[in-house]
Write a protein that binds this ligand. Structure first.
Ligand code: F6R
Length: 242
């Protein structure tokens, strides 16, 4: 595991964007696995800048997102589809038809999950997967549990995740309690993984990810056995690394 410790959020965003740009420039038809949340917002702004400066071209890029809330349509301002359009896709030269986010309104959830996995497989797998990390060590919405799922699945969100994500909603009650998420298997099959984290609240999860026991109770510890993981963490998030 490669660990890059940077000063702050802005530097994390720049370094993370450079890592993704490198893959795009090497493979213009790359499959990018993308995340939502506060962590990647700055990184997406950097990618937009690079695209506007003709440093990277998205015209042949395909993206697959990690997760989506169940019950929110793509038009709902807090849906992850809306986030991605708003923070990235609307500002770059990507073909929206080639941007995939699980459908939180799917009538047949099982079918939606199976089709999402099939789609990733048909695309030839993910070249670079961008991840954030939950304060509780979740990656995507693979929450701490006795068992983890391999493929895309329906999951309940833990109390701690609902609380953390309530900052985007009018109240805790409005936060969806379930989501569709890529499984640990889909994430671990990505050829390259970049995980970004900023701020003290991520410190414990980052320390566990780097040197804790591998356990389903801290899903990010699974990344210890992936052959190509780069962590880009700021000083505050790196504070507890031993
Ligand atoms: C989002 C996702 C989540 C977030 C994590 C951190 O697509 O999969 O695992 O990466 O909850 O969220 P932020 O970046 O908002 O702290």
């Amino acid at each position: 595991m490669k660990i890059i410790i940077v000063k702050d959020y802005d530097e994390m965003s720049k370094v993370g964007a450079d890592l993704i740009a490198e893959v795009i420039n090497k493979k213009p038809e790359a499959i990018l696995g993308l995340a939502t949340g506060s962590s990647p917002e700055g990184l997406y702004s950097e990618l937009i800048k690079k695209n506007k400066n003709n440093e990277i071209d998205f015209s042949n890029i395909t993206t697959v997102n990690l997760d989506e809330y169940v019950g929110l349509s793509g038009e709902h301002p807090q849906s992850y589809r809306c986030f991605m359009n708003d923070k990235l896709f609307n500002h770059i030269n990507i073909d929206k038809e080639r941007t995939f986010v699980p459908n939180g309104l799917a009538k047949d959830i099982e079918e939606e999950c199976n089709n999402y996995d099939k789609k990733i497989e048909e695309l030839g797998g993910i070249d670079i997967q961008l991840l954030g990390i939950g304060n509780n060590g979740h990656i995507a919405f693979n929450e701490p549990a006795k068992e983890l799922s391999y493929g895309t699945h329906l999951t309940g969100l833990t109390e701690s995740t609902i609380k953390a994500n309530s900052r985007f909603f009018a109240s805790m009650d409005e936060v969806p309690k379930t989501a569709l998420t890529m499984g640990i298997g889909s994430i671990m099959r990505a050829k390259k993984i970049v995980l970004i984290a900023s701020g003290e609240s991520k410190g414990e999860a980052i320390a566990q990810l780097v040197s804790g026991k591998i356990t389903t109770e801290v899903p990010a510890t699974m990344l210890q056995v992936h052959p190509d993981v780069t962590l880009v963490v700021d000083e505050a998030a790196a504070k507890l690394i031993k």
